[in-house]
Design a protein around this ligand. Structure first.
Ligand code: NAD
Length: 285
């Protein structure tokens, strides 16, 4: 079997074309959606991610406001900046690029963002909403995975899903979102004993561990759908996921490539959440 390629880059492009129309309608009504992005410190990878998000905003007509703050900023100053943005009617989404410097109280920062502007979905209210079904904004990477599965008409209900990786930003919300769609979900992590005994049972295998070649063909059930969230830079500079793509493609029925799979969907869902927030703000006026 050679797996069908799940093309995230292509779906992201189609969705972004639709966003241009949605943003156009908002602008005609006198409201330009706005995303505020806060970058603390000068981590080069974070700067690249922030640049990418702002460019994506520009492409669909969302206004972006960047705050480049020094790594030495105090907790109080950073919280003050967020409070200002919460009150700014031109801002519909607020994103604080993670990771933050050690001395910053990340939990406090994320909880200070107004829930109705929490387009990254990391506020405790939104995290709790993933459990109860009252989510305002879903976190972008797992939301992008759900969109990909839906677009590919891959059934979720009743399927055995195994999520490898249990971080707060990918693995845990991923598991909750698929559980909410009535999948039977197992979560594995670095302390899981004999990972393969779980992965081999998966109808849908989502891998977000950050370990190149963690998933090899022997660990995958024939016909499984494999979603590779991992982004790893190899010593030679190439970007690779967590799955042995060539080997697993021979066993899976469908698979996401890296790059070009989940990655482009993450920023797309950030745009979606920002537009949704702006549409909500317009409905309230
Ligand atoms: P993280 O380091 O916060 O969490 C990694 C998780 O994987 C942990 O739960 C850990 O226990 C688990 N893990 C590590 N080694 C493992 C092993 N050998 N076996 C089983 N589980 C193992 O990372 P994260 O922020 O969740 O990101 C995970 C990966 O996804 C990274 O490669 C990251 O770059 C990528 N990522 C991609 C996107 C995207 O848009 N495609 C977005 C976020 C993260």
């Amino acid at each position: 079997m050679t797996a069908r390629l799940i093309n995230g880059a292509s779906l992201a492009k189609t969705m972004r074309r639709g966003f241009v129309d949605r943003v156009g309608k908002l602008r005609e009504s006198g409201l330009t959606p706005g995303l505020a992005v806060i970058l603390v410190g000068d981590d080069p990878a974070s700067a690249v991610y922030v640049g990418r998000k702002m460019r994506a905003c520009e492409e669909v007509g969302i206004r972006s406001f960047a705050s480049y703050l020094p790594a030495t900023i105090s907790n109080a100053e950073l919280l003050g900046r967020i409070v200002e943005l919460n009150a700014n009617p031109e801002v519909h989404g607020i994103l604080v690029q993670l990771p933050l410097p050690e001395h910053i109280d990340m939990a406090r920062v994320l909880e200070t963002i107004a829930v109705e502007k929490d387009v990254d979905g990391f506020h405790l209210y939104n995290v709790g909403g993933l459990v109860t079904g009252n989510v305002v904004f879903s976190p972008c990477t797992p939301y992008g995975v759900v969109k990909l599965l839906e677009h590919e008409n891959i059934p979720i209900q009743g399927q055995n899903v195994v999520v490898v990786g249990a971080s707060n930003i990918v693995g845990k919300p991923m598991a909750l979102m698929l559980m909410a769609r009535d999948a039977t979900v197992s979560i594995c992590h670095a302390k899981t004993r004999d990972l393969a005994q779980y992965t081999i049972l998966a109808d849908i295998l989502v891998v977000a561990a950050g370990v190149p070649n963690l998933i090899i063909p022997q660990m995958v059930k024939r016909g499984a759908v494999v979603i590779d969230v991992g982004i790893n830079r190899l010593p030679d500079g190439r970007i690779t996921g967590d799955v042995d793509f060539a080997g697993v493609s021979e066993k899976a029925s469908a698979i996401t490539p890296v790059p070009g799979g989940v990655g482009p969907m993450t920023v797309t869902m950030l745009l979606e959440n920002t537009i949704k927030s702006a549409e909500h703000a317009l409905a309230l006026t």
